[in-house]
Design a protein around this ligand. Structure first.
Ligand SMILES: Nc1ncnc2c1ncn2[C@@H]1O[C@H](COP(=O)(O)OP(=O)(O)OP(=O)(O)O)[C@@H](O)[C@H]1O
Ligand SMILES: [Mg+2]
Length: 417
C-alpha cells in the first residue's frame, strides 16, 4: 500500500488545498491552494479552524480518537465505530496492515459523505449489483466476531460491496449507502452515484436475533412522530419491514452537498462532556448566522429529544449544510432521532449527551424555557405542550409498526409527562 503523506482536498470541482500528516509527530498540516484563496469563491466553506492564509497551518491539538490528529472538518469524512470495523475487516482480508488516517482518506476518495473529496484515489474493485440478504449474512459474521481475526470464510464479493457502501457513514450502528433508480427501482451501491435519476438512501440495518426488539422500527416510529410535529427530517421508510432507510441530505437534486457535523465544524470532541451542551450548539448555529427559522427548529428538536428520551443527541448527531450559491450555512435536517436506551433494561436515570442549563438529568420546563429565552423563541410553551401531546401519536405508530406493548410501556417510563 502506498504511504501517502500528502493528499489533495477537493470540493465542487475545485482544488481547495493539501493535507499533510506526520504519524510520528502526531501532527497534520493544511495549506490552501493559493489560486482557490485568491478566487474568493466558497470563502465560507470552512467557517472555523482553517485561517484563510497561504501559509501552511499545523494541527497537533486534535490528538484523540474522534479527530485522529486531523483537522476536525477532515476527520468528519472518516467513519466511526461501525465503518472502522468494516474497514479493518476489509484491510485484513486483503492482507494489509493498519493504515494511517490520511491513507484511509484515499479510500474515502470521492465516496465520502458530504462533498469533500480526496486524491489520489485508492483503487477498489467495482461491482454494480446489491444483494441485501448476502450483505446481511456477511455483516452478521463481521459483527459477531468484532475484534477477532475476521477475514476467514468471508465471501469476498460481498465484503467488497460492504466495504464500498458501509465504510463511509459515521455512527455505531450497522448501515449501508444505496441508490434506488427512480424509474426501474433497481438498487445499486450508493457510494459514487449521485445523479438525480436515483433516490440516495442511508439504510440502518436490522441484523436480527441479537436483540429482542428491532431498533429500526423504533427509529421509524420516532421519524413519523417528528414529522407529525413538523420537525424537518428527510423522508424515511422501512425496507422489508425491518430496515430503516432515510434519504440522504448530502445528496440532493443530483448534487453533492457540503455538510459537516457540529463536532467536525468546531473541533469540539463529541465524547467530551465539558463542551457538549445545547447552549454551545445554539451558539454555533448563531455564529454561522443560520436563519432564525433554524434556531426555532433546533429548539423543537431539543424539546423532542428531552420528551422522547433521546439522550444520545451528541455533537455528531447535529449537522449543518453549506449553500455554495449563497455562501451561507443552514441547519441540516434532523437524523438519529431515536430512543437511545435499551428498553429491555431498567435504568434509574440516563445522562444526556448534551447538557441543558448545566444539567444532564431531570431536565424540567424551566431549563427548556431558559434556552428559549436566550434564543428568542416564540411560543416555547406551546412547542413543549405539543411535543408532550405527541406521545399518544407515537404510541399508535409504534403499535402499527409492530413494537410490543412491553417495549412501549418500558419506553414510556422514560418519556416526559
Ligand atoms: N439522512 C442522512 N443524510 C446524510 N447523512 C446522514 C443522514 N443520517 C445520518 N447521516 C450521517 O451518518 C452518520 C451516522 O448516522 P446516525 O447518527 O443515524 O447513525 P448511528 O449509528 O445511529 O449513530 P450513533 O453512533 O450516534 O448512534 C451521522 O453522524 C450523519 O453524519
Ligand atoms: Mg449518530
Amino acid at each position: 500500500m502506498s504511504k501517502n503523506n500528502i493528499i489533495n482536498l477537493r470540493c465542487f470541482d475545485q482544488e481547495i488545498g493539501k493535507i499533510g500528516y506526520d504519524e510520528n509527530l502526531n501532527k497534520s498540516y493544511f495549506q490552501y491552494n493559493p489560486a482557490f484563496l485568491k478566487s474568493g469563491i466558497y470563502s465560507n466553506l470552512f467557517p472555523l479552524i482553517f485561517k484563510r492564509v497561504e501559509q501552511t497551518q499545523v494541527f497537533s491539538q486534535y490528538n484523540n480518537d474522534t479527530f485522529r490528529n486531523l483537522p476536525p472538518m477532515i476527520a468528519d469524512s472518516l467513519p466511526d465505530m461501525f465503518g472502522n470495523l468494516i474497514f479493518k475487516t476489509w484491510l485484513e482480508s486483503n492482507g494489509f496492515e493498519k493504515i494511517t488516517a490520511l491513507e484511509q482518506l484515499a479510500y474515502v476518495a470521492n465516496r465520502g459523505m458530504g462533498a469533500l473529496e480526496y486524491e489520489p484515489i485508492a483503487h477498489i474493485p467495482r461491482n454494480t449489483s446489491i444483494n441485501l440478504d448476502e450483505i446481511i449474512t456477511v455483516l452478521k459474521k463481521v459483527m459477531r466476531q468484532k475484534s477477532n481475526t475476521i477475514s476467514d470464510g468471508m465471501d469476498t464479493e460481498a465484503l467488497i460491496n460492504i466495504f464500498k457502501i458501509g465504510s463511509s457513514a459515521g455512527g455505531a450502528q450497522p448501515k449501508i449507502l444505496i441508490s434506488e433508480n427512480k424509474k426501474s427501482g433497481k438498487i445499486i451501491p450508493g457510494d459514487v452515484e449521485y445523479s438525480n435519476q436515483y433516490h440516495h438512501y442511508l439504510v440502518k440495518l436490522h441484523l436480527d436475533d441479537e436483540h429482542r426488539y428491532n431498533k429500526c422500527l423504533i427509529e421509524y416510529s420516532y421519524f413519523l412522530t417528528a414529522q407529525c410535529l413538523d420537525i424537518e427530517m428527510m423522508c424515511s421508510k422501512l425496507i422489508d419491514n425491518k430496515h430503516f432507510a432515510t434519504l440522504r441530505y448530502d445528496r440532493q437534486n443530483g448534487e453533492k452537498q457540503h455538510t459537516l457535523t457540529a463536532s467536525g465544524l468546531t473541533g469540539w470532541d463529541f465524547r467530551n462532556p465539558q463542551i457538549s451542551s445545547y447552549e454551545n450548539l445554539f451558539n454555533l448555529a448563531n455564529y454561522l448566522k443560520v436563519p432564525h427559522h433554524d434556531i426555532h427548529e433546533l429548539f423543537k428538536r431539543m424539546v423532542f429529544n428531552v420528551v422522547f428520551a433521546n439522550a444520545d443527541d451528541h455533537l455528531k448527531n447535529h449537522a449543518f449544510i453549506y449553500n455554495e450559491i449563497s455562501n451561507e450555512w443552514q441547519l441540516a435536517p434532523a437524523y438519529d432521532m431515536t430512543y437511545s436506551l435499551n428498553p429491555i433494561l431498567n435504568y434509574k436515570k440516563s445522562s444526556r449527551a448534551l447538557s441543558i442549563n448545566n444539567k444532564r438529568v431531570d431536565i424540567n420546563r424551566e431549563d427548556l424555557l431558559k434556552i428559549a429565552k436566550e434564543n428568542t423563541i416564540k411560543n416555547p410553551k406551546s412547542i413543549i405542550d405539543k411535543t408532550v401531546q405527541a406521545i399518544a401519536y407515537w404510541q399508535q405508530q409504534a403499535q402499527i409498526a409492530g413494537i410490543s406493548d412491553k417495549i412501549i410501556s418500558n419506553m414510556k417510563r422514560d418519556f416526559w409527562n
